[in-house]
Design a protein around this ligand. Structure first.
Ligand SMILES: NC(=O)C1=CN([C@@H]2O[C@H](COP(=O)(O)OP(=O)(O)OC[C@H]3O[C@@H](n4cnc5c(N)ncnc54)[C@H](O)[C@@H]3O)[C@@H](O)[C@H]2O)C=CC1
Ligand SMILES: O=C1[C@@H](O)[C@H](O)[C@@H](O)[C@H](O)[C@H]1O
Length: 334
């Protein structure tokens, strides 16, 4: 049975997910889409033989749509996810789940009231081969207990209208989620350092920033989130354990030997770096919702990531170390 998918938001990743659902993923067809950029959405609808709807809610409530993928701007996510829960439809929402922890809790409570897990959040790094291997190695105990984690999240240039808070809530939120998943424990406290300003950054944008996190067991984490690396998209993660160190591999690009140099390509952005992870994420989402329901990052994971990001933003503004206070996890998400 082909699952009929509606897509809300057909910008960069929305269009890429539509291509993926059409050309790579099996068992699903994009039948409907919407975007406030009507001209672009109509172009994509024509290209993929889907129906254009004027509003996202029309896509969500359409009887021709079985499940929804949300890839519109961050502040629109919560409203659309709540609408999907009302319509009792499965939804894969790009990260962040919402732009505040309060909105995330509203989603969590609506899902619990509906008595059915419908929501998955687009934390695709959990599907990246490198991160999965790191998790397996940590579990094997080969490096002993993890003690420290050093990460870099470097973007070549920021997207339009990128703000200082978004560096944490839109970009750094990937590390917030994936490190909690890797280490399999919650955070205790967080802090953000701003550093000497990159003069290539827009003047209002504090860039780069360093997120510092401490987990409940005492693991210390530092993450450089840099929106203006200029040289490329570069994701690094090194875990220092009691007996050794493990490190996320760089993407497997071709080694070129030319003019007296060895060189590897560095990808320009996330769409190249995580292509395979998105493919696996979406295929597993489709397969799971045809079966007993989503098994990927839940609305609860979306909430924990968001409250952590909110706390880090507060810590940066106050120049303090802030406790990360997470509500008790409801039985529904255990
Ligand atoms: N998992 C990942 O690695 C990535 C996730 N994302 C997430 O995906 C979302 C979209 O990001 P991009 O595609 O890079 O941005 P984009 O700006 O290229 O596309 C966003 C689209 O949303 C549309 N939109 C805005 N308000 C809307 C509304 N009320 N209803 C319907 N459409 C609306 C815009 O017109 C635009 O076409 C963001 O939430 C972002 O955080 C983006 C890139 C990578
Ligand atoms: O989610 C993503 C973007 O929205 C974000 O802006 C980038 O910084 C991330 O690396 C990318 O994965």
């Amino acid at each position: 049975m082909e699952l009929r998918i509606g897509v809300v938001g057909t910008g960069a990743i929305g269009e890429d997910h539509i291509r993926r659902l059409t050309e790579v993923i099996t068992g699903a067809t994009v039948v409907a889409l919407s975007d406030i950029n009507e001209e672009n959405a109509r172009r994509i609808a024509k290209k993929y033989n889907a129906v254009f709807y004027k509003t996202g809610n029309e896509v969500i409530w359409s009887p021709d749509v079985d499940a929804v993928l949300i890839a519109s701007w961050d502040p629109t996510h919560a409203g659309y996810v709540l609408e999907c829960i009302k319509a009792k439809k499965y939804v894969l929402c790009e990260k962040p789940l919402a732009t505040s922890a309060e909105e995330c809790l509203e989603i969590v409570n609506a899902e619990i009231q509906g008595k059915k897990k419908l929501v998955q959040v687009g934390f695709m790094r959990r599907y990246d081969t490198g991160y999965r291997e790191l998790k397996e190695m940590l579990k094997s105990g080969i490096i002993g207990e993890p003690l420290m984690v050093h990460c870099c999240h470097r973007n070549r240039i920021p997207g339009p209208q990128h703000t200082t808070d978004m560096t944490i809530k839109n970009s750094g939120i990937h590390e917030i989620d994936v490190l909690r998943w890797l280490l399999d424990e919650e955070y205790e406290s967080g802090q953000v350092l701003t550093v000497k300003q990159n003069k290539n950054a827009e003047s209002e944008l504090k860039d780069p920033q360093i997120m510092l996190l401490k987990t409940k067991s005492g693991v210390r984490i530092d993450v450089e989130v840099n929106m203006n690396s200029h040289y490329g998209y570069d994701i690094q993660c090194e875990i220092v354990g009691e007996k050794g160190v493990i490190r996320l591999p760089d993407p497997n690009t071709i080694l070129t030997k030319l003019s007296g140099r060895n060189s590897y390509e560095i990808y320009a952005d996330w769409s190249f770096r995580f292509t395979r992870a998105y493919d696996i994420e979406i295929q597993q989402w489709i397969d799971s919702i045809k079966g007993s329901g989503p098994v990927g990052p839940s609305a609860w994971d979306g909430y924990v990531a968001c409250i952590t990001a909110d706390t880090l933003i507060k810590a940066r503004k106050r120049e303090t170390i802030e406790p990360i206070i997470i509500q008790p996890r409801p039985e529904f998400y255990c």
